[in-house]
Design a protein around this ligand. Structure first.
Ligand SMILES: Cc1ncc(COP(=O)(O)O)c(C=O)c1O
Ligand SMILES: N[C@@H](CCOP(=O)(O)O)C(=O)O
Length: 467
């Protein structure tokens, strides 16, 4: 399997190359050169497989010759062996039509673990084949950071520099990052910026020759194709449990960087029958506006009770626009350059019409989030976090016909956002024992002005050259 850039001018890479590269050298994102497709019989034959076996089956076409099937399975078993639920991503019924896919049973209590536990192992595997050191530079609005740090802390030949917007992540999220004291982990709290600016700094570093000549920069954000690949699996796992391929299923997905919901799109391209993908945002609603009216223009970020979705520039939307626009890299490069210059762009008719076939969208404000949290508790006895609540709001207002099951992706454990959950339900969710004494541990974090130059200086002063 070859990987090509959405902007058309970076060299094609195999899976190992794309995983280590993260972002393409022309500023685009890597996507498979074609979507692999399973027949209905092949999908039916996946029913009942344990999660790790299913993961290896679904991902093998993307991995190609970079790993043997046996080695891929070993890595999946190691990655998913660390989850606290045997089903890895269990399904919970809320009412006749609505279901929750619980994605927070990994070590850091958010859906990011599903992909990052595997990505940590893939880095180790691929780096062991050369003398290369990898410098991971990542941006987080709360959850990617802790999951990536857990996945790579203490591993050889890799350092991680994780940028978060100071004061804009929850206390639990911050401590899950800053209390990891392994020498290869560097947390940077960026002053005076939002997540979008942290993300822009990361992307700029991939194309700064002064940095890349000395350091091999790698990505743990969902710009890295391997992240999305691993997320495709849970759409299969859930749809199979609900009767796929003989029954269609809809999914409602809390969305910020468009990674999780793009993985659903990939599952559909691979043959999984999906009725609709609901793109659910909070009031930072660039994606809702883009899908509803074609207007992809960056507003000012408003802090919300769902801080991990306080995002206005959505990296993976580029992958969708590339696919829907006929995979024309140079046209997309021009469209993205326009957006980067003016902070606004209009979707083409082909992009809008293509998106409307599969995607619906919604936006939840603070009251709608609180109402959803309360509804889940009073109706089904389930505590849900504010991100999940946005998607449940989308699921319950979608108008999808009653015979189609609608699965809301529960992307974070409610205990990561205890205040919002308690305000809505009167119940304070407790942290599971696997995160232990989080509030007693020592924290280590550098406070850095939110400017590219200071971050680049910090990284180059502390990272290990590529070797
Ligand atoms: C809890 C939670 N839900 C939803 C999202 C949005 O996911 P994505 O950025 O893949 O759209 C995030 C952040 O990425 C998150 O941390
Ligand atoms: N919501 C994310 C933001 C980064 O998104 P990613 O999926 O591209 O890593 C977070 O929690 O950090």
């Amino acid at each position: 399997m070859d990987y090509i850039s959405t902007r058309g001018s970076a060299p094609a890479l195999d899976f190992e190359g794309a995983t280590l590269a993260g972002l393409a050298s022309d500023g685009g994102l890597y996507v498979p050169s074609a979507w692999p497709r399973f027949s209905e019989d092949e999908i039916r034959s996946m029913r009942g497989l344990p999660y790790a076996k299913l993961a290896a089956r679904v991902m093998q076409p993307f991995v190609g010759e970079s790993l043997t099937p046996a080695r891929l399975l070993e890595l999946c078993e190691a990655a998913y062996g660390r989850f606290s639920h045997k089903a890895v991503t269990p399904l919970v019924q809320l009412d006749e039509q609505n279901w929750l896919m619980e994605l927070f049973h990994g070590p850091t209590l958010a859906f990011k673990d599903v992909a990052l536990q595997l990505l940590g192992l893939l880095f180790e595997e691929f780096l062991s084949r050369s003398d290369r050191n990898l410098t991971i530079v990542g941006a987080t609005s709360g959850d990617t950071g802790s999951a990536a740090i857990d996945a790579v802390a203490g591993r050889a030949k890799v350092d991680v520099f994780m940028l978060h917007p100071k004061g804009r992540v929850s206390d639990v999220q911050r401590r899950q990052m800053t209390t990891v004291l392994a020498p290869n982990v560097h947390n940077l709290a960026l002053e005076g910026v939002s997540f979008d600016e942290c993300q822009a700094i990361v992307k700029r570093m991939f194309n700064d020759r002064a940095v890349t000549d000395r350091f091999a920069i790698g990505a743990v954000n969902s710009i890295n194709w391997a992240r999305l690949m691993a997320q495709v699996v849970y759409y299969f796992a859930t749809a199979l449990q609900l009767g796929a391929p003989d029954r269609v299923v809809a999914f409602s997905v809390p969305t910020g960087n468009f990674g999780d919901v793009f993985a659903g799109y990939v599952a559909q391209q691979m043959g999984l029958p999906i009725e609709k993908l609901i793109v659910a945002t909070n009031v930072n609603d660039i994606l809702h506006r883009a899908l509803a009216s074609g207007d992809y223009s960056q507003g000012t970020v408003t802090p919300t009770a769902a801080p991990s979705m306080d995002i206005q520039v959505s990296s993976n939307f580029e992958r969708l626009l590339f696919d829907l626009g006929g995979r024309e890299g140079s046209a997309l490069a021009a469209q993205m350059a326009g957006f980067e210059a003016s902070k606004a762009m209009q979707l083409t008719n082909a992009q809008r019409e293509g998106a409307a076939k599969l995607f619906a969208s919604c936006r939840a404000d603070a009251d709608e989030m609180a109402h959803s949290i309360r509804w889940a508790w009073e109706n089904s006895g389930e505590l849900i976090d504010p991100h999940t609540a946005c998607a449940l709001h989308g699921a319950r207002t979608s108008g999808i016909s009653p015979e189609v099951p609608v699965v809301t992706l529960a992307t974070a454990h409610p205990a990561k956002f205890p205040e919002a959950v308690e305000r809505a339900t009167g119940q304070r969710p407790g942290l599971p024992s696997r995160v232990g004494d989080l509030f007693e541990r020592e924290e280590r974090c550098a406070n850095v002005p939110g400017a590219y130059e200071t971050v680049a200086e910090y990284v180059t002063a502390h990272a290990v050259p590529k070797g």
